[in-house]
Design a protein around this ligand. Structure first.
Ligand code: UDP
Length: 410
C-alpha cells in the first residue's frame, strides 16, 4: 500500500485453481471499489487469469498481473508446477512487491515464503504459519457471509481480536467470459450443453464434479456411475483424468472404457452428459434445470451451490471439506453420502441420495432450506446486507491506512 496516489493492495493466492479463481474475483471486486490491485500468480495460471484481467482493465479497473517464475519440476508433465517448490526469484519478487507497497515483511512472514523446501513437513508448517499470521495482520478478509456461518465468524473475531470481514459470496463480475476464466471444455461445446440443459425440466438434473484437483480412480468412478444409473435421473458429470494418464489415452472412448461400467454411456445417452475434463461449473449450477450437486465440498463449490439454492450431495475428502459438508448438512441444505479420498461409494446409497435430493418427498425440506440460503446469499451482497457492509468497512480501513502512510512519509 503506497503513500500518495491510490491505495494499492497485493493479492497473493496459493497457486492452485481453487484459490487463484476466487482471489481473482475478490481482486476484481476490490478494484471496482477504487483500489489498485497487484495480482500475483505463477506461469501455469496465467492463461486462466489473463483474459479476465484484460477485461477488467478494459472496464477501467486497475488490476496488474505479477507473474512469479516457477521452475520446471522433473517428473511433472509440461505446464504443471509444484506449489511446494518456490524458487528464490519468486520470494525475492514477493518481497520487492511488499516493500513497494510499504509493508515490509516481518521476520515471521518470511518463514512461509522460505526458499525451496519440498518436504511435507514444510507444507504443514506453511499452513500453520498462515494461521499464526492471522494474529499479526490487521484483520481477515474472507469469502463467506455472516448468515452462512455466524458462529465461525464471531469465533474468529473473538480469538483474533481483529476485524473479520466476510464479503462473500464473491463471484466473477456478471457478463464476464466465465469459461475462459475457468478453462475450456473438452468434447461438448458450451452452447450444446446449455441447449441440453434447456431441454430438461426445472431442478431435475444432478451435476457431479469433485473440484479442480481431485481425480477419482476408475474404481470410484465406476461405483458412482452405477449409482447414477440406478437413480434414473438426468445428470451432467465432469470427470477429471489425471494428467499422467491424459496424454497416453486422450480420447473419450478410451477414458470411458477405463472409468465407466461397460455400456454406461450408451444406456444413459438420452438422460446424461459426461464431460471429460473441465466443465463451466458456474454456468451449469446457475441453470434452472440443475437441482442437485454431487461435490467434494471444496469451499468454492460449496459457496456456488449455496448461492444457486442447490442442495449438496456431499462426498468430502480431506482438508476443510468435511467441515463444509457438516456446515451444509446442519443448515439442512445437503446430505453426505460418502467420506474420505480413497473411499468407494456405495451405488445404492448414491441412488438413494440423488433421488431424495431431486424428486422424493423426503427431500422437500432440504430443497426448501437450499432455496432459503440462496435468498440469504443474494441479500447479503446488496445494499444493507452484511457482506456489502463488510466490504465497505474493509475498503475504508485500507484508505485510512493509505492516508496514514502518506502522512508519515511527509
Ligand atoms: N471448477 C470448474 N469446472 C470444473 C471444476 C472446477 O469451473 O470442472 C471451478 C469451480 O466452479 C470452483 C473451483 O473450480 O470455483 C474449484 O474450487 P473448490 O474450492 O470447489 O475445489 P478445489 O478445486 O479447490 O478442490
Amino acid at each position: 500500500m503506497k503513500g500518495p496516489g491510490k491505495p494499492h493492495v497485493a493479492a497473493v493466492p496459493f497457486p492452485a485453481l481453487g484459490h487463484t479463481i476466487p482471489i481473482l474475483d475478490m481482486a476484481t471486486l476490490l478494484a471496482s471499489h477504487g483500489l489498485t490491485v497487484s495480482y500475483v500468480t505463477t506461469p501455469a495460471n496465467v492463461s486462466r487469469v489473463q483474459q479476465p484481467i484484460l477485461e477488467a482493465a478494459a472496464k477501467g479497473l486497475d488490476i496488474r498481473l505479477v507473474v512469479l517464475p516457477a521452475p520446471a519440476v522433473r517428473g511433472l508433465p509440461e505446464g504443471h508446477e509444484s506449489s511446494d517448490q518456490i524458487p528464490a526469484e519468486s520470494t525475492d519478487l514477493i518481497r520487492e512487491l511488499a516493500e513497494k507497497l510499504q509493508h515490509p515483511l516481518r521476520p515471521l512472514d518470511r518463514a512461509p515464503i522460505r526458499r525451496r523446501n519440498p518436504s511435507a513437513v514444510a507444507t504443514i508448517k506453511f499452513v500453520l504459519g498462515r494461521f499464526q499470521s492471522i494474529g499479526r495482520g490487521s484483520g481477515m478478509l474472507i469469502n463467506t457471509f455472516h448468515e452462512l456461518e455466524p458462529a465461525h465468524l464471531d469465533h474468529l473475531k473473538n480469538v483474533t481480536d481483529k476485524p473479520v470481514w466476510g464479503i462473500g459470496p464473491v463471484f466473477p463480475p456478471s457478463g464476464s467470459d466465465k469459461v475462459s476464466v475457468r478453462g475450456k471444455m473438452a468434447d461438448i461445446g458450451e452452447e450444446e450443453l446449455i441447449r441440453w440443459l434447456d431441454s430438461q425440466s426445472p431442478r431435475s438434473v444432478v451435476y457431479l464434479s469433485f473440484g479442480s484437483q481431485t481425480y477419482l480412480t476408475p474404481q470410484q468412478t465406476n461405483a458412482l456411475a452405477r449409482g447414477v444409473e440406478l437413480s434414473e435421473q438426468p445428470f451432467v458429470w465432469a470427470i477429471k483424468i489425471p494428467p499422467r494418464i491424459e496424454p497416453a489415452t486422450s480420447d473419450s472412448a478410451s477414458f470411458a472404457r477405463r472409468y465407466l461400467p461397460e455400456g454406461f454411456q450408451e444406456r444413459t445417452k438420452n438422460r446424461g452428459v459426461v464431460i471429460w475434463g473441465w466443465a463451466p461449473q458456474l454456468l451449469i449450477l446457475s441453470h434452472p434445470a440443475v437441482g442437485g450437486f454431487a461435490s467434494h465440498c471444496g469451499w468454492n463449490s460449496t459457496l456456488e451451490s449455496v448461492t444457486q439454492g442447490i442442495p449438496l450431495i456431499a462426498w468430502p475428502m480431506y482438508g476443510d471439506q468435511p467441515f463444509n459438508s457438516k456446515l451444509i448438512a446442519d443448515l439442512g441444505a445437503g446430505i453426505q453420502f460418502c467420506q474420505y479420498r480413497d473411499a468407494i461409494p456405495n451405488a445404492e446409497r448414491v441412488k438413494e441420495v440423488i433421488r431424495r435430493v431431486l424428486i422424493e418427498d423426503k427431500g422437500k425440506e432440504m430443497r426448501k432450506s437450499a432455496e432459503k440460503m440462496k435468498e440469504k446469499a443474494r441479500i447479503t451482497v446488496e445494499d444493507g446486507g452484511s457482506s456489502r457492509a463488510d466490504l465497505q468497512a474493509f475498503v475504508n480501513v485500507v484508505r485510512e491506512l493509505h492516508t496514514k502512510l502518506g502522512k508519515n512519509k511527509k
